[in-house]
Design a protein around this ligand. Structure first.
Ligand code: NAG
Length: 252
């Protein structure tokens, strides 16, 4: 009798534990409530002057569906992160919302996001509802980190082959942030730790020669860290202004 009571208790405890774990797992995909506005004078593109340092790449990144972040900028660590943002007024807003990439830092009307105008209207169900959204200016939203495209390395125009290499990292998925980057020779695997210059910009003078692979360290607030090496390399004859598909999406 005592035994079956004990096993019942054990079963119950296991059930509770699994439920807690289950809740935690679902909640990593949960939306966070906030507010968003848009740049009234922005055109169909993103921005070339954002604080993440994307330069001209920032104008066309994610087809112009980009955003300025306030707290989520986190001193540049939040640059390049992809978010699904949807407004919550069911009269106007679609369930899907829009997927944006963070390219700039700033704040306005206590919002977490200042979307490009293009991205802002994409949260609406139809074009006439987009007009209503625009006239509201600031809207209630919910957001979560979201898969975007493959992580992309864009060689900065100020790079000087082969002496000085600067690049930006765009389209970052998952919940973690890139907190360190190494540049490695693919032949003998000698790696060099790079400096985060600012925002999404990583630089090094005298980069290694030959095809280069980058290693990225993904970290979260809990101190959980993972190094990741993408499948594609930066070619030996890298060119300022070129963008290279890393061939990977992270889901860490
Ligand atoms: C992402 O990378 C994979 C290779 O790992 C490639 O097959 C795929 O086409 C890339 N996706 C995009 C959207 O470029």
């Amino acid at each position: 009798m005592a035994f079956s009571h004990l096993s019942l208790l054990f079963l119950f405890a296991t059930f509770l534990l699994m439920q807690t774990l289950g809740d935690a797992a679902t909640c990593s995909d949960c939306f966070t409530h906030s507010r968003a506005t848009y740049y009234p004078n922005s055109d169909e593109q993103g921005t070339e002057t954002g604080r993440c340092g994307y330069g001209t790449f920032g104008a066309t990144l994610n087809g112009g569906d980009v955003s300025t972040a306030s707290d989520l900028y986190r001193d540049g660590v939040g640059c390049g992160a992809c978010y699904q943002v949807r407004c919550t007024n069911s009269d106007y807003c679609s369930d899907k919302g829009v997927t944006v990439v963070v390219t700039d830092h700033g704040s306005s009307h206590q919002t977490d996001f200042i979307l490009s105008r293009r991205a802002f209207v994409r949260m609406a169900q139809t074009t006439s509802e987009a007009t209503s959204l625009l006239s509201l200016g600031v809207v209630d939203i919910e957001y979560r980190r979201y898969p975007g495209k493959n992580i992309t390395i864009k060689i900065d125009e100020n790079s000087n082959y082969p002496h000085y290499l600067a690049f930006v990292i765009g389209y970052q998925q998952g919940k973690k942030d890139i907190t360190a980057v190494q540049l490695c020779e693919t032949q003998n695997f000698v790696c060099k730790l790079l400096d985060r210059s600012y925002g999404a910009v990583w630089t090094t003078s005298s980069p290694p020669s030959g095809p280069l692979s980058i290693r990225m360290l993904f970290s979260d607030d809990d101190g959980d860290e993972t190094w990741l090496t993408p499948v594609n390399n930066i070619p030996e004859d890298w060119k300022p202004g070129s963008a290279y598909d890393s061939g990977v999406q992270v889901n860490l």
